[in-house]
Design a protein around this ligand. Structure first.
Ligand code: FMN
Length: 162
């Protein structure tokens, strides 16, 4: 049994890679969020479609298969979409209750994290946010999967959950 759950959404795999890194570092369960209807496979189409990614814009997500009451500590990782956390993560936080839990949050991005941390704060008004991680990857088209922060930053952020 573990009291820690990693919850992530990843469109192109960067956040997923970090979620799996975390899973290997600490004893935790893991939950992948998914949109009910998959987004287009074409990167640029999705970039255009989500230009108006404000906090009110919703997308339906698949039902989760974890009982959140079993976990006191939560690690949240998502990609940044248009200067905020992904619509999938937003929807999850609107739909499920993480009140009174200890949480660390991350938003993977290509250098423009925007208001992602304030999105998390708005959607987690009754949670204890103990750490934030600006997870920067390359913005170059041919190396979007290249992480630009040292592993130690991830490890230090993970420590904040203790
Ligand atoms: C629809 C869309 C919007 C994006 N908006 C931003 C943005 O506002 N700022 C930024 O730095 N990167 C932006 N990106 C790039 C991703 O945040 C970045 O590549 C991230 O590492 C991808 O994580 P993932 O592989 O887990 O999906 C955007 C990507 C997509 C597909």
């Amino acid at each position: 049994m573990t009291d820690t759950l990693i919850i992530y959404y990843s469109f192109t795999g960067n956040s997923k890679k970090v979620a799996e890194y975390v899973k290997n570092k600490i004893k935790a369960d893991i939950l992948e969020l998914e949109p009910l209807v998959p987004f287009s496979n074409d990167y640029n189409t999705v970039v255009q479609e989500w230009q108006n990614n404000d906090i009110k814009r919703d997308v339906e997500i698949k039902e989760i298969n974890k009982d959140l009451t079993n976990y006191q500590k939560i690690v949240l990782i998502t990609c940044t979409w248009w200067y905020g956390i992904s619509p999938v993560m937003k929807k999850f936080l609107k739909q499920y209750d993480l009140s009174n839990k200890d949480i660390i949050v991350a938003s993977s991005n290509a250098g423009w994290i925007g208001q992602s941390f304030s999105d998390y704060k708005k959607l987690l008004p009754n949670s204890n946010i103990k750490g934030e991680l600006d997870l920067v990857f390359s913005a170059k088209d041919n190396e979007r999967d290249k992480i630009l922060i040292p592993e130690k930053e991830i490890d230090d952020w993970l420590e904040k959950l203790n």
